[in-house]
Design a protein around this ligand. Sequence first.
Ligand code: GAL
Length: 424
Amino acid sequence: MSRRIRAWSLLSIVMVVAMLLTACARPTPTAPPAERKLEIFSWWTTGGEAAGLLKLFELYNKKFPDVEIINATVAGGAGFEAKPALKARMLGGDPPDSFQVHMGRELIDTWVTTGYMEPLDDLFKQEGWETVFPKGVLEIVSYDGHYWSVPVNIHRSNVLWYNKKVFEANGWKPPETFDEFFALAEQMKAKGITPLALGDVGIWASTHLFEVVLAGTMGAEKYKGLWTGQTDWNGPEVKKALETMAKMLDYVNPDHSALSWDQANDLVIQGKAGMTIMGDWVDADNLAKGFADSGWASPPGTKGIFIALSDTFGLPKGAPHREQTIEWLRLVGSKEGQEAFNPLKGSICARNDCDPKLFGPYLQTAMQDWQKDTIAPSLAHGAAASESWVTMINDVMTAFVTDRDVAKAQAGLAQACKDAGVCK
Ligand code: GAL
């Protein structure tokens, strides 16, 4: 190679390197700003539910005014429409940023063991949540040594709600035993009042009633044993509970399968029905509807038992707006967030340090009961059993509310426990 050619080659290499260096030094074109959005998925659409959720959004936007919140709700009590919709999105690779999910088996079996969630250990440590959430709650949102979701509240499923004015006008007292319940129901019937309002357009409301009757019949320990295989589904207490439930169904509104839980509560508010057995989101419904004459009591046999459930929010893998979602979770677990949300939602804080004075009279009693009662997990709301097991029990209930066939239902329940892999 001639000297001249070599010199030219050297020169071109130098030029290329120089060009590359200038290119690197030039500021890179600015990436489009990440979308400041946050999509929250839930089934909170009724008065008190929506009020609580919107309060959280308001607080979030106060901190992050530039974030557009997408309120992705699918109506239907206990998520009976939302859960299948969520599943379709998650399996289709289209997760919302965060979604409402019940603490316990629903969270762990449906989403954690299947690998859909991100652990939240850093957040729990940063926020000091290991000291403000009760130990039992921390355990239930844990799996494999990690935390998987942030509990925003604690709800109680076993509450008997009644209209105080109607009770006072008739000299009635809330029934403490099933015998008292049926005696009172007869009196109500004689007055043309539906004794028990039920709204099981989603069958979960009947399953809900059944869990309360089960606990009221067999007590907390045996009830808890149902979910671990310790209590026999073929035993006499389950039979008794089904018989009691069948009898109760004689006293419900005939259009129960067309009504939602809050429409059933309307019957109580209007004095058309005497009582309803439903979770304490009824307290929020009453508040939202301006109904101040609501009375509450433990349903028969459940005094001293707190059938608990909790709404939580987690971080799905692939959440489109991860950064904003972490801030959402931080708010959901905070004292400020929980003190604003829960008085409107009819639930108590999952944290230990909320100020009782911010809560209405029912919730103040619930806060005390949560400290002293025996805690048992809710079946209908994801705490006690896996979603597939709950679905099997819902199917048994669907038939039972129509045919009232105790033997068939009991066999179906025993089989469901086997199919769930819990009973032998
Ligand atoms: C429960 C949920 C509550 C309440 C209720 C009625 O499953 O945990 O927050 O919304 O359903 O929809």
